[in-house]
Ligand binder design. Structure first.
Ligand SMILES: *Cc1c(COP(=O)(O)O)cnc(C)c1O
Length: 358
């Protein structure tokens, strides 16, 4: 028996169809498609009618090109391997005036999307003035081999926050910039801003004048914020271990390393389970429950390749112990403060867990 990480292919696909909602989606596939597997995810997204992909690493962008020869691929980080970007026909962000002036020539024939910085302050042009500067300099450049301005975009950093005004502020700042440029007669083949939270906040539709929503986590089966109903988004991932044995301990017995857990009553039933932090179960996740035979039981101690779960007489050796599935979901623990959806997903150890697509 070994702990398993498995994805139900049909559920993954059906969820992608439902999230897409017949809108034009750019699927974010960074970090090995949120660790669901780049090749698997891109193929399922293509089946679901998604033809545009976005990632942060050139290496992944190249792999997407190999899997999806006709797709539009957008690289969200600027890189310096200009020949490779050209060779694989990858669209790339234009992150600043400095980068533009330094690499104007290097960027020849490369499709760039102008990035508007906004409240996240991670990258991008600061304001309309900077955007005008690059647009005007580009218009005056009479070279036959200059970069190609194909898009404009921004990233919202506050779309999953509801109690503060920041989302409305960043949304309005972006729409002002975009609408001014469109009113001035500039046009862009691709305009994209919304992550999953913003896509759902706007009614699961793409914002006016935008060509795509740039969606990640919802496509991978987790809700970006808790106001959404669970039934809106389905989790295809299961992470589970097995009961190795059930042991009885008495009040005052310490279990696990360094007094990890002290039994408070006699005849406490403790299941020893073959999954631990070495497999990627976060310490904060172990403050909560695991599911055995459809019932939730408290985790009492977390070790590298084991955990203790306090059980009752209905639990036996070899029973499955579910840490995550669609009934005990990653997003539930996100909202309980365990860590972001992507953080829990990223913690999983794909070398120690058996990986299955069913
Ligand atoms: C990760 C990322 C997204 C997707 O965000 P989700 O919340 O997972 O939908 C979109 N845009 C950028 C720039 C990102 O880095």
């Amino acid at each position: 028996m070994t702990a398993i990480w498995s994805v139900d292919t049909e559920v993954f696909y059906q969820n992608a169809v439902k999230v897409r909602n017949e809108q034009s989606i750019m699927a974010v596939v960074k970090n090995n498609a949120y660790h669901y597997g780049l090749e698997f995810s891109v193929k399922e997204f293509l089946k679901a009618g998604i033809q545009t992909f976005s990632t942060t690493s050139l290496k992944e962008a190249i792999r997407v090109r190999e899997i999806a020869p006709h797709a539009t691929i957008f690289l969200m980080n600027a890189v310096y391997e200009f020949d490779t970007v050209r060779e694989y026909e990858i669209h790339m962000t234009l992150p600043s005036l400095t980068y533009y002036y330094e690499h104007k020539e290097d960027l020849r024939n490369i499709h760039v999307h102008l990035e508007f910085e906004n409240l996240l302050h991670r990258s991008g042009f600061k304001d309309l003035e900077e955007l005008h500067e690059v647009l005007e300099d580009h218009a005056q450049n009479k070279s036959d081999n200059k970069m190609i301005i194909s898009g404009i975009w921004t990233h919202f950093g506050y779309a999953d926050e509801f109690d503060v005004p920041e989302y409305d502020i960043e949304r309005q700042a972006w729409l002002n910039v975009l609408n001014t440029l469109l009113d001035e007669g500039y046009s862009f083949d691709m305009i994209h801003a919304q992550n999953s939270a913003s896509f759902y906040r706007e009614g699961q539709v793409v914002l006016p004048h935008h060509t795509h929503a740039r969606v990640g986590i919802a496509l991978y089966g987790s809700r970006p914020y808790s106001k959404l109903k669970e039934s809106e988004i389905q989790q295809s991932l299961t992470v589970k271990g097995n009961v190795i044995q059930v042991r009885e301990v008495n009040a005052g017995d310490y279990c696990g390393y360094s007094f990890a857990y002290e039994a408070t009553k006699n005849q406490t039933q403790l299941a020893v389970v073959d999954i631990g932090y070495g497999d990627g179960i976060l310490k904060s996740r172990a403050q909560h429950e695991a599911m055995i035979n459809g019932k939730r039981y408290p985790i009492r101690a977390l070790m590298m390749s084991h955990m203790f779960v306090e059980v009752d007489n209905e639990v036996h050796a070899q029973d499955e112990v579910v840490l995550y599935n669609n009934d005990i979901r990653i997003d539930e623990f996100t909202f309980k403060g365990v860590g972001a959806n992507s953080e829990q997903l990223s913690a999983m150890n794909h070398d120690s867990l058996i990986k299955e697509y069913i």
